[in-house]
Design a protein around this ligand. Structure first.
Ligand SMILES: [Zn+2]
Length: 308
């Protein structure tokens, strides 16, 4: 980390990020700027610039921006007022700038500032790797989310909720979800991430890098996608929303240990309930025939069924 000094009203902190290989010289300079009120946060952000080797492995040997500005902004700044409250950060690839709102972290899918910064840096790197060509939102967001961190339990839960509930069922609906309310945005993030992971499993670890290289050379995204994966985008979409969702959500749920124990518990409760009804019916019959005394009224009716 190199401190570059203060500029009017803003604190500027610099950090150098090494290239993909350890032997390479630093390739990208990251400068963190913040108003004096966020100076402490800026120092921490600059000291914890995420390791982007994972991102670069995903994107291949694509060109890197020489300098990235990371602007930390307050809620009531012009940047803060112009972005919806659930946006905790955004990237401006055309000017290699990232704006982060520390007060809005954590929010799914990035629960802390270093992960959020990794996500936004991935957006800039994807833009450079694609030669500035825009790609579908699900692809850009999926790559950024996959690059920023590992898939976790919350992703699984949100993915399951999105596909079991009334979530998006097409790539287009995933894209549209990113500009709706916070709930739909979270669903679209989870699905984008799952889509990109599905693509990597299907077409190899270098699939993203190969698609980006083709797009950088001028191929339309759909063509680059099909030539890389051997599958038209429409078939990939059907494969994901049909087979993949079924095997990744319904089958694990129905065959999982949690479901098994729920089933066993339900069957046990049903057996106990039926036994109690039979007991009560038999006791009533005995009482009627032989005058057997009933249980005392303060005795819990299911006392005999408890086992510890
Ligand atoms: Zn993003």
């Amino acid at each position: 980390m190199t401190r570059v000094g203060s500029v009017t009203r803003w604190l500027a902190v610099g950090a150098l990020l090494a290239g993909a290989a350890a032997a390479q010289p630093p390739a990208m300079r990251i400068e963190v700027e913040a108003p004096p009120t966020l100076a402490g946060v800026a120092t921490r952000v600059a000291a914890e610039v995420p390791d982007l080797q994972g991102v670069q492995a995903l994107l291949g040997d694509a060109p890197l921006p020489a300098r990235v500005r990371v602007v930390l902004a307050e809620q009531d700044s012009p940047e803060g007022r112009s972005a919806p409250t659930w946006v905790s950060g955004y990237a401006l690839p055309a000017i290699d700038t990232i704006v982060l709102f520390p007060a809005r972290v954590p929010a799914y899918p990035d629960r802390n500032l270093p992960t959020l910064l990794a996500h936004e840096l991935a957006h800039l790197l994807v833009d450079h790797a694609a030669g500035g060509h825009r790609m579908p939102r699900w692809f850009e967001e999926g790559v950024a989310t996959v690059a920023a961190r590992e898939w976790g339990l919350e992703d699984s839960a949100r993915f399951a909720a999105a596909v079991i509930g009334p979530g998006p069922g097409t790539l287009r609906a995933v894209d549209e979800g990113f500009v709706r309310d916070a709930g739909q945005v979270a669903r679209s993030y989870a699905l984008s991430s799952a889509l990109v992971r599905h693509l990597l499993r299907r077409s190899g670890k270098d699939a993203i890098a190969r698609i980006l290289a083709r797009v950088r050379q001028g191929e339309p995204f759909d063509v680059a996608f099909e030539r890389t994966s051997g599958l038209p985008l429409g078939s990939f979409e059907q494969d994901f929303f049909g087979r993949e969702v079924f095997w990744r959500t319904w089958v694990p749920f129905l065959s999982g240990s949690a479901a098994l124990w729920m089933l066993i518990t339900a069957l046990a409760l049903l057996a106990i309930w039926r036994r109690r009804r039979l007991d009560a019916a038999q006791r009533a019959a005995w009482e009627a025939e032989e005058g057997v005394p009933a249980l005392p009224p303060d005795e819990p009716p299911d006392r005999r069924e408890w086992v510890h």
